[in-house]
Design a protein around this ligand. Structure first.
Ligand code: ZN
Length: 146
């Protein structure tokens, strides 16, 4: 675990199911009950048909790097300790409209620290992994390669 990292609330009814999924190693995406469009981030209303009815479905966890950044100083102390690291915006294979942000790892269960820009390219295939930061929070991370 990383100390003092700012963590999201996981008990908001809008996205509690997403966080329950990450805690058990499953990437769940909110889907409109009316038009079946998946959406991320979770929100109460479908941006396509305005329905407020939705359900959650697990997705493959496979995607491609759509963009990435290498955070540099000034950073919060908890993140400063991790440099160098890469944060990617990943497009899920289920839909190009589903993009999630997370740190890039070299391997499943690998460290956030030590990944450099030269290790990542736009379009690189990635697979989700989950890094536990507290009892309630497991964050999606992205593992390079298949
Ligand atoms: Zn809809």
């Amino acid at each position: 675990m990383i100390e003092n990292i700012p963590l999201p609330a996981t008990d908001d009814p809008v996205d509690a199911t997403f966080w329950a999924g990450t805690r058990c190693g499953e990437l769940r995406i909110q889907t409109c009950q009316q038009c079946d469009q998946m959406r991320f981030p979770p929100r109460p209303m479908c941006p396509s048909c305005q329905s407020q009815e939705s359900y959650w479905q697990p997705v493959s966890g496979r995607g491609r790097v759509w963009s990435f950044a290498v955070p540099s100083s000034p950073l919060l102390p908890a993140f400063e300790k991790l440099t160098p690291y890469v944060v990617a915006l990943v497009e899920l294979e289920e839909s190009p409209t589903l993009r999630l942000i997370g740190p890039v790892l070299h391997s499943v269960g690998g460290e956030v620290s030590g990944v450099e820009a030269k290790d990542v390219r736009i379009g690189a295939e990635v697979t989700v992994d989950f890094k536990r930061y507290s009892d309630d929070v497991a964050m999606p991370c992205w593992v390079l390669g298949k």
